[in-house]
Write a protein that binds this ligand. Structure first.
Ligand code: SF4
Length: 209
């Protein structure tokens, strides 16, 4: 029998979704190792190089082990950048297990996947995003860094369908970033941009993993 392909997994843990429209949803997070970007504000730098090689069956076993004490319906594939790896077989196996799947991606590597929720979070400095993400994205998340300009918000607002919510998420809930997010939102209103929300990271407020 050919050897099952493995995925580099940094951690699998239960928590609640701290960001975006699914904020507060109980979820099991599967953090995949590796990222093609190197954002200075990244709060998961430990995922850039880390990770154990796990076979799909080992990942599923671990998820089911976690679910015995935290029977969440949702599994979130995050990173790092989860789409750097071939996650399709894992996604299909999770679907077969009747779990709902969220993927959080920086939007640079497109893969069509039958997931239930797709979060696209373009990153500086060019906020590049594969155009094939525009339709399937369920939400867009922008980290409000010191360098984020209104022109970037305008550009991304124009690229994604107007019904797709665009979040201005304060960088690590820092007060200066919250203030900037509110300023940007107000300026966006004056420029006629709609469906733009400010947001914070709930898991950091609640001190969850
Ligand atoms: S894309 Fe995400 S995981 Fe990758 S470096 Fe940037 S913030 Fe970190």
């Amino acid at each position: 029998m050919p050897r099952q392909r493995t995925l580099k997994i940094v951690e699998i843990f239960p928590s609640v979704q701290g960001e975006g429209l699914r904020q507060g949803e109980p979820m099991i997070f599967v953090r995949l190792g590796g990222c093609n970007l190197r954002c200075s504000f990244c709060d998961t730098k430990y995922a850039w190089l880390g990770g154990r090689d796990l076979e799909r069956s080992e990942i599923l076993d671990e998820i089911q082990r976690v679910r015995r004490r935290f029977p969440a319906e949702w599994v979130c594939l995050t990173g790092g950048e989860p789409l750097m790896q071939n996650v399709r077989p894992l996604v299909l196996a999770l679907k077969k297990a009747f779990l709902k799947i969220q993927v959080e991606t920086n939007g640079t590597i497109f893969k069509p996947l039958p997931v239930d929720w797709l979060t696209v979070s373009p990153k500086p400095k060019d906020y590049a995003c594969d155009p094939r993400f525009r339709r399937p994205a369920d939400e867009v998340k922008l980290i409000v860094t010191r360098g984020l300009a209104l022109s970037t918000v305008q550009k991304l607002r124009a690229e994604f369908p107007s019904e797709t919510t665009l979040f201005l998420q304060a960088e690590s809930n820092a007060p200066w970033s919250v203030a900037k997010a509110l300023r940007l939102q107000r300026r966006a209103l004056f420029h006629g941009l709609s469906n733009i929300r400010v947001s914070a990271q709930l898991h950091k407020i609640f001190r969850l993993p």
